[in-house]
Design a protein around this ligand. Structure first.
Ligand code: ATP
Length: 290
């Protein structure tokens, strides 16, 4: 299911959360990057049909989300994992998924139960399928969340900050699970964790201050850091006088700074090959102030 927005806007009182957003999301796994407050959640909620747009055009799978009928049609065909999905602590994952399946209109009891068991297997929760969720770790909760999003085999999956708060091992496991789902679906992944996008997505958009400031391939976003990524070693420990420091590692010969700067941050600065994080920081440096 493809996503097209043109001039999409949304205000909350005096706050403009989205300013004329133009976005075209092809199939596969698509990353939506941006700092806190950039407008990612507002965009995801509109795309998921739970928040009406303020202005502009937005179509998901051909359905017009500016109409109530369009939003209802999309909600039937998409899986949504919001940032703050409430799980019922006294239910087991099997009971919870069965309940969500009913809400999604999976009326055939036998088929629904079979789907629930297949999804529990997919997200590696079969062994705890009969245990109440109140003692579950953050990673287990997220996996229940993605399983509920997958009920009904949606063509589009929208996931908002799914790896926030997970430990590194759980994060790697969860994003591999997401990437595995993208084969014949569109998976839209919103995150402020650049590494999640680097490891899973081919295409991405970057938002800042309610605007889309980049859309394109992930390798092209990496290239935004070309000519702007530097390594500087200082023995005094003081950071270089110009640029944005993306990392600082203390070694026996001094502090190794990785710096994003349009000019060399010192006479001994050495150009370095950019990572996605470097490209992202370079882009944010160049993006007009909001
Ligand atoms: N329901 C709301 N009422 C008032 N303001 C809101 C509401 N939802 C979002 N905003 C404001 O809109 C802007 C964008 O918020 P949004 O949650 O979309 O950003 P985000 O990129 O998802 O950030 P985060 O990662 O922190 O969730 C922020 O200034 C936020 O305070």
């Amino acid at each position: 299911m493809d996503i097209q927005t043109t001039g999409l806007s949304r205000r909350f009182g005096k706050v403009t959360a989205l300013h004329s957003v133009d976005l075209s999301v092809p199939g596969g796994m698509y990353g939506l990057l941006g700092a806190n407050g950039a407008g990612k959640t507002t965009l995801m909620r509109i795309l998921a049909g739970v928040l009406p747009p303020g202005g502009g055009e937005v179509r998901v799978g051909g359905h017009d989300l500016t109409t109530g009928a369009g939003r209802t049609a999309v909600q039937r065909r998409l899986g949504y994992l919001p940032q703050d999905l409430g799980l019922y602590p006294d239910l087991t994952p099997r009971e919870f998924l069965d309940y969500v399946g009913l809400l999604k209109g999976l009326d055939d009891t036998r088929a629904r139960r079979q789907q629930v068991d297949e999804l529990l297997e997919l997200v590696a929760l079969s062994e705890v399928a009969g245990r109440r969720m109140k003692g579950f770790s953050g990673g287990m909760r997220r996996r229940v969340g993605i399983a509920q999003a997958l009920l009904g085999d949606p063509a589009l999956i929208v996931v908002d900050e799914p790896t926030a708060g997970l430990d590194p091992e759980e994060r790697v496991r969860f994003r591999s699970l997401l990437a595995g789902l993208a084969g014949h679906r569109t998976v839209l992944l919103s995150t402020h964790i650049v590494e999640d996008v680097a490891q899973t997505c081919q295409h991405a958009a970057v938002m800042a201050g309610g605007r889309v400031v980049y859309t394109g391939t992930v390798p092209d976003l990496v290239r935004m850091g070309e000519g702007a990524t530097w390594e500087v070693v200082t023995t005094t420990g003081a950071p270089p006088p110009v640029g944005v420091v993306v990392s600082a590692i203390s070694r026996t010969d001094g502090t190794h700074y990785r710096v994003i700067s349009s000019t060399a941050p010192g006479a001994h600065a050495v150009p370095a090959a950019p990572s996605l994080e470097d490209g992202y920081v370079a882009l944010m440096q160049r993006a007009p102030a909001q």
